[in-house]
Design a protein around this ligand. Structure first.
Ligand code: ZN
Length: 279
């Protein structure tokens, strides 16, 4: 397979703490340093959450602005994807940073169960997040926790609520949500290709110990891969990951195994239909 593989690094997330793994970047300075190393290792998308001074998740637009500015300075050309995920705020707070015009933002288009709660994405909130993304020229990444989310993205694209072809990420291995299941994974790919066209790019993320398996499934199937300490803090069963870059290197190794070139940030922007930037 010769199509370049986009590696997304989810650097921080809402949940992991320094107690889980001291390498999890929490402050903006740590996040920039960790992302720069991951960028140099081959990642071309940074999926970002921010934390407050106590290390708790927040949707504070000022923090997102500082992080975005730092990443643009230290990782020129890298795609900045901000999370509108639900652990960092309630309701429209979750999209308060979209006016910063990041390249991308994650967007869930349906509700799902998470380990200890409902990940609530009400229809009116989804519509509002989508409209903010259109207003500010932000490309959504659709977080598909379920098959219905892929079909919902199709409806939204048909109505013009999502501009262009949706970029869907399959998320597997969240407790109480979609387990890691190869048949379902293959059907997700089939569904994306049927609804959006056979050459449509897609990506996948596996949570916890499933991260590397999902990387391998995606890379060997022509998709794009997400890794990073947000989803998994371990390098293997016995060792904590020393950095985000170390997890990116595992994905790079799989790309070598399956003869996939690593997408440069320029290639990643082209594949995803994002604006060109001068770096
Ligand atoms: Zn996230």
């Amino acid at each position: 397979m010769s199509n370049p593989c986009i590696i997304c690094v989810a650097i921080t997330g809402s949940l992991p703490t320094k107690e889980n793994n001291p390498a999890v970047p929490i402050s903006i300075a740590e996040q920039i340093e960790s992302t720069q190393a991951a960028f140099e290792a081959g990642a071309s998308i940074a999926h970002c959450h921010v934390r407050d001074d106590a290390g708790m998740p927040t949707s504070d637009p000022d923090r997102f602005a500082s992080l975005k500015e730092g990443l643009e300075q230290h990782c020129p050309g890298m795609i900045v994807q901000l999370s509108t995920g639900g652990r960092s705020g309630a309701g429209r707070e979750r999209g308060g940073m979209l006016s910063l015009r990041p390249d991308m933002a994650s967007m869930s288009v349906g509700s799902t169960n998470f380990p200890t709660r409902v990940y609530e994405n009400a229809p009116d909130l989804i519509d509002w997040l989508a409209s903010e993304m259109r207003t500010y020229g932000v490309k959504p990444e659709i977080e598909a926790f379920d098959l219905s989310h892929i079909l919902r993205a199709k409806e939204m694209a048909d109505k013009g609520e999502i501009e262009g072809t949706p970029y869907v990420q399959f998320v597997m291995g969240v407790k109480n949500a979609m387990p890691v299941d190869r048949d379902v994974f293959d059907y997700y790919i089939k569904t994306v290709h049927r609804l959006f066209g056979p050459d449509t790019p897609w990506c996948a993320a596996g949570i916890g110990r499933h991260q590397l398996a999902l990387n391998e499934w995606a890379i060997s199937s022509g998709g794009h891969a997400r890794t990073g300490l947000e989803d998994n803090v371990r390098l293997d069963r016995d060792r904590l990951a020393p950095s985000n870059a170390a997890l990116v290197e595992l994905a790079v190794g799989l790309c070598e195994k399956y003869e996939r070139p690593i997408a440069t940030w320029q290639q990643a922007r082209q594949i995803l239909g994002l604006r060109k930037v001068a770096a």
